[in-house]
Design a protein around this ligand. Structure first.
Ligand SMILES: [Zn+2]
Length: 288
């Protein structure tokens, strides 16, 4: 494989993309709970079912070409939780939405396989449907795995109802990226926030290590501490692009500029792991 010297390899594990448009699921399912998208001069607005604004997004949220122009990283694409995590909805409706979103991400990653890696979304409130869609994502759509929420409409991720799902994940040997969402239950968060974002398998780390104070992860000393505590093999760059949680101008900047060990050679080794090598292992991308 040839790499130009000045270009630094980077995989951004935590980025989001949505389709440019989608059906009005409120009409389709006859239940008013789904977001719609309305385009205007500067981008688009996501609108709640009651007509109020959910959030404004820019073109880089739905336009792959715009993302290629703005970023020099390989983006791991997943849906926006507000659109894709419909764990409280009837499971058949949630499945239809997941299929639509996954077909879209499947197309985008096929169009630029070196720049985009995909994570699907699944109706986790129904293990059987979730497993069917998980298998489709990995075996048919070429995704590295799925993104799921940090709980399933109140059920924790170790709930016995999810056992079949986790068994299938093991069989497929695919990645599961846990995205924080709906963090209103403070007690639950207190108990889980650290393990959820670090060590055990959900290396959704850099920018999302805390959802309450994003500044924390812009601090080189905290990054050094994380490397020390969790280990250099357990931390992966993730910026939340295109949302302004992280390093919007240059994902990876903190890792690139922090001295992560006493010896420069050690710092360089750790840096490469955090910027892309650990992601290659987590996502199983042998050709990267
Ligand atoms: Zn995110």
């Amino acid at each position: 494989m040839h790499h130009s010297l000045e270009k630094i390899k980077k995989i951004d594990l935590h980025t989001h993309i949505i389709p440019e448009s989608w059906p009005d699921w409120n009409k389709e399912f006859g239940r008013g709970r789904w977001l719609t998208i309305r385009h205007d001069a500067d981008g688009a607005k996501l609108i709640n079912a009651d007509g109020t604004l959910f959030r404004a997004v820019e073109k880089n949220c739905y336009c792959p070409a715009k993302r290629l122009e703005e970023c020099d990283t390989t983006d791991v694409l997943s849906t926006v939780p507000g659109i894709g995590f419909n764990y409280g909805a009837p499971s058949q409706d949630a499945l239809r939405v997941a299929q639509f979103l996954n077909d879209h991400i499947g197309q985008v990653i096929k169009s630029e396989p070196k720049r985009f890696v995909g994570l699907g979304t699944i109706p986790l409130q129904d293990s059987d449907l979730a497993i069917i869609e998980l298998k489709r994502c990995v075996t048919e759509l070429g995704m590295a795995g799925v993104q799921i929420g940090s709980h399933v409409d109140g059920r924790s991720l170790d709930d016995s109802s999810l056992e079949k799902f986790w068994t299938t994940v093991e069989e497929l040997d695919c990645a599961v990226f846990v995205h924080p969402w709906d963090m209103s239950d403070a007690e639950r968060v207190q108990k889980y926030w650290f393990p959820c974002h670090g060590f055990h398998a959900r290396p959704d780390l850099c920018q999302t290590v805390t959802t309450t104070d994003p500044n924390l992860v812009h601090d080189p000393e905290i990054l050094e501490l994380l490397v020390k505590k969790f280990g250099e093999d357990r931390i992966i760059l993730g910026s939340d692009y295109p949302f302004p949680l992280g390093e919007i101008d240059r994902p990876g900047q903190l890792i690139e500029t922090t001295q992560l060990a006493k010896e420069p050679g050690d710092t360089e080794r750790i840096r490469q792991k955090l910027l892309w090598k650990n992601a290659v292992t987590f996502l199983k991308l042998p050709d990267f």
